[in-house]
Design a protein around this ligand. Structure first.
Ligand SMILES: *[C@@H]1O[C@H](CO)[C@@H](O)[C@H](O)[C@H]1NC(C)=O
Ligand SMILES: *[C@@H]1O[C@H](CO)[C@@H](O)[C@H](O)[C@H]1NC(C)=O
Ligand SMILES: *[C@@H]1O[C@H](CO)[C@@H](O)[C@H](O)[C@H]1NC(C)=O
Ligand SMILES: *[C@@H]1O[C@H](CO)[C@@H](O)[C@H](O)[C@H]1NC(C)=O
Ligand SMILES: *[C@@H]1O[C@H](CO)[C@@H](O)[C@H](O)[C@H]1NC(C)=O
Ligand SMILES: *[C@@H]1O[C@H](CO)[C@@H](O)[C@H](O)[C@H]1NC(C)=O
Length: 357
């Protein structure tokens, strides 16, 4: 009896055993970045003024304040965590590179809340046999920060993701001697936007795209932008809180959600979440730069990628479905996600899939 209880708990523990390596990786990144002429918001009121401009109908604020382009080139430190299965091992494993969205850092994929109950990484590694790489996007969390307007933009972050991908491909990623022949890029929200842009820009870099919290319809993004009630990112939180080990001090132009209600509005569906997880998400929130907001939607409408694509969103995704992925206004279109297929003319229909959770 005691033995069987012991064995059961041992098996349960093993089922979610994963091994991880934390590495800060140095990369050289070069990208064409936009030069924007605005005054960086310093106060709550200035942040609101910026968002009002950004969301004003009848204008493209990015275009209004764009004065040109420059090349940004620098050496950056990227905070990464590479995890692998301890029980389910394959000879030639596939690695998933997981890119988080706005408001989070790499722990989005592996939150410690409730003993890792909602960890994607746990399931992907020991239950499915994948390697995973999570990282704080360039500019965020424990990765290098930078100028929030004219440096930390989507373009630079996509090129940073390319560098990490190429290191895994050619076997130079620190701490792991393996050269991965199969790399799948998995994103959440803005992380999906960047994975999408990466696959278009760097031919052959990706063997598959999994775009979660995503569609190719940017018409609803302003619900999200306004709903964050963004304010300048505050000081590092007190020690002992969920984010005390991960949230550093940010400079001007880094904006974050003002309160729990803003996080609730942007990411959670009433009646379908654990309130403790909402509080945890708020406590561990990370900011977005004004440069990221100004380059958020700057992706090609048509993607050259040829590999398999899965687009997966919650039925009530706010950012990419305006709260209802099934309301398309077109009887021929089963969901807003399904419209993404036209952005992938080189992906055979059998290799394009959508899933609504
Ligand atoms: C590795 O990184 C994770 C995620 O950021 C963190 O929770 C953990 O404490 C780190 N482990 C070590 C040994 O530093
Ligand atoms: C980045 O560039 C510097 C200076 O050119 C060079 O010393 C360094 O090895 C490069 N780092 C990587 C990871 O390529
Ligand atoms: C908002 O736009 C107005 C008019 O274009 C401009 O005068 C103002 O400086 C902008 N404010 C911010 C914070 O972007
Ligand atoms: C807004 O302007 C930017 C910069 O010119 C451009 O990349 C973007 O596609 C425009 N957005 C829309 C919705 O037209
Ligand atoms: C591997 O890829 C990285 C990132 O692009 C690059 O800096 C490095 O020179 C490459 N190394 C080899 C041996 O190809
Ligand atoms: C839906 O498909 C039918 C048959 O192909 C076509 O006649 C109709 O115009 C389509 N409707 C819309 C709104 O695209």
């Amino acid at each position: 009896m005691i033995a069987s209880v012991l064995i059961t708990s041992l098996l349960l523990a093993l089922a979610y055993a994963k091994s991880c390596l934390n590495r800060t990786v140095s990369i050289n990144v070069s990208a064409r970045t936009g030069v924007f002429d605005i005054t960086i918001p310093q106060t709550n009121l200035e942040a609101t003024a910026f968002i009002l401009n950004y969301t004003q109908q009848g204008r493209n604020f990015t275009d209004d304040v764009l004065t040109g382009y420059k090349t940004t080139r620098n050496t950056y430190q990227i905070s990464t965590q590479l995890c692998f299965p301890t029980t389910k091992r394959f000879a030639n494993p596939t690695i998933q590179i997981l890119t988080h969205g706005i408001g989070w850092d790499k722990t989005y994929w592996d939150p410690s809340y409730n003993n890792f109950k909602y960890s994607y990484v746990n399931v992907a590694t020991d239950l499915a046999g994948y390697y995973t790489l999570t990282y704080d996007r360039l500019g965020i969390g424990k990765s290098s920060h930078g100028d929030a307007l004219n440096e930390i933009q989507s373009f630079l972050e996509v090129n940073a993701l390319a560098e990490l991908s190429m290191m895994l491909r050619n076997g130079t990623f620190p701490g792991i001697s393996h050269a991965f022949s199969k790399i799948v890029h998995v994103g959440h929200s803005f992380g999906s936007v960047q994975s999408y842009a990466l696959a278009d820009k760097f031919s052959g870099i990706s063997d598959g795209l999994v775009l979660t919290g995503f569609s190719t319809d940017f018409a609803y993004a302003n619900y999200f932008i306004a709903g964050g009630n963004f304010v300048p990112a505050g000081p590092a939180p007190p020690s002992g809180s969920a984010s005390s080990t991960s949230k550093p001090k940010y400079t001007a132009g880094y904006l974050e959600d003002s309160d729990v209600q803003a996080v609730d509005y942007q990411y959670f569906l009433p009646g379908y979440f654990d309130p403790g997880a909402l509080q945890f998400a708020y406590d561990s929130r990370q900011p977005v730069t004004v440069g990221e907001l100004l380059t958020f939607g700057s992706v090609p409408p048509v993607n050259s990628f040829k590999g398999p694509v899965l687009v997966l969103s919650g039925s009530n995704d706010l950012v990419f479905c305006g709260g209802n992925c099934l309301a398309t206004g077109n009887a021929n279109l089963s969901s807003i996600l399904a419209a993404a297929q036209t952005s992938f003319p080189n992906v055979p229909p059998t290799k394009f899939e959508t899933y609504i959770q």
